[in-house]
Design a protein around this ligand. Structure first.
Ligand code: SF4
Ligand code: SF4
Length: 318
């Protein structure tokens, strides 16, 4: 009696497999092939968000406002080298270490080149593809086309990276991935092809941690007051942050009004505290610990301040 049922299950599974293979053949390329190309172009992370995940975003940050035929968003990430943080951690070099290799070259050249090369490839395959960074570059500031939001529509890379199954927003406001924690930058490619989407990923790296809040010398992160952030229906609770203070913070923060993050906090005291807290939780690990000595800090005026407890660890005296 059991055999026919097994045969039926097998034949349905076989049919579904054959149907998927046929669909993949009919597509110009499948999601595995696209991801291979993205990695060959230098990406460390790649995920795909399908239309159902972003179609309800507000028009001011919706991929469909930029490209109404968009069916998938390919989110591309490149790691911020741990070594790029060293000069800031030591308090001895900000510009030619992090400023170049962690920030401007990484976003404007390396990541941009990866996105550009993949877009060229997709266009050769006959897929219309729109390359984008999450930059907050001002546009016309007025509605130019009926029923459309004003230019520039600015995509939220954190929401789209979550929609593409790459991770989630951590309590300190950084986008966290299981591979690198907060240490990556993202760009996006909007395509008119419906690629298979990645599953959403719950990373839960922030459990029992408030190192970013403790590591902020200016007490700008309020761990006691949280708000929810992230993709609708999959939000996480994050600490409130006083961005006005971050804008003038001299503890490794870079104020970049037009870049993807208005204030770039990755290398700031809060960001380095996060990196230190996560170094044994992420998959990209190192033989030696990042933090080797006590942490420097300055107050809001740029004068040396003292910290009693940094990044979840008591400071080490030299
Ligand atoms: S950028 Fe500066 S002020 Fe803002 S949370 Fe980080 S360390 Fe604190
Ligand atoms: S320092 Fe801890 S709590 Fe803050 S964002 Fe990083 S993992 Fe989350």
């Amino acid at each position: 009696m059991k055999q026919p049922r097994i045969r039926l299950t097998l034949s349905v599974t076989h049919y579904i497999k054959q149907f998927k293979l046929k669909m993949d053949k009919e597509k110009k390329m499948n999601s595995t092939q696209v991801k291979e190309k993205v990695r060959e172009a230098g990406a460390d992370l790649v995920g795909i968000a399908s239309l159902d995940r972003f179609k309800d975003l507000p028009a001011e940050s919706n991929p469909l406002s930029v490209f109404p035929q968009c069916k998938s968003v390919i989110v591309v990430g490149r790691r911020i080298l741990r070594g790029a943080f060293r000069g800031v951690e030591e308090g001895t070099n900000f510009g030619s270490t992090y400023g170049c290799f962690g920030h401007s070259y990484l976003e404007n050249q390396f990541l941009s080149k990866t996105i550009y090369d993949v877009t060229c490839y997709l266009e050769k395959e006959g897929i219309e593809a729109v390359p984008l960074l999450g930059y907050r570059i001002k546009g016309e500031d007025k509605v130019l086309a009926d029923g459309k939001p004003a230019a520039n529509v600015i995509l939220d890379y954190k929401i789209l990276a979550q929609a593409a199954g790459l991770g989630e927003i951590g309590k300190g406001g950084f986008f966290l991935t299981p591979e690198f924690g907060h240490r990556q930058r993202f760009g996006m490619i909007l395509v008119d092809e419906a690629f298979d989407a990645d599953e959403l990923k719950k990373v839960s790296l922030c459990e029992n941690c408030d190192a970013c809040a403790k590591g902020c010398p200016l007490k700008s992160i309020h761990a006691e007051k949280t708000i929810s952030a992230g993709l609708k229906g999959h939000e996480t609770d994050i600490f409130t942050i006083d961005e006005k203070i971050c804008k003038v913070c001299k503890n490794g923060a870079f104020s970049q009004p037009v870049a993807s993050d208005g204030v770039d906090r990755y290398a700031a005291a809060c960001g380095r505290a996060c990196m230190t807290a996560l170094e044994n939780k992420v998959s990209n690990r190192f033989e030696n610990k990042f933090r080797k000595r006590s942490v420097w800090s300055v107050d809001i005026n740029g004068s040396a301040a003292e910290l009693s407890f940094v990044g979840g660890q008591a400071p080490v005296k030299n």
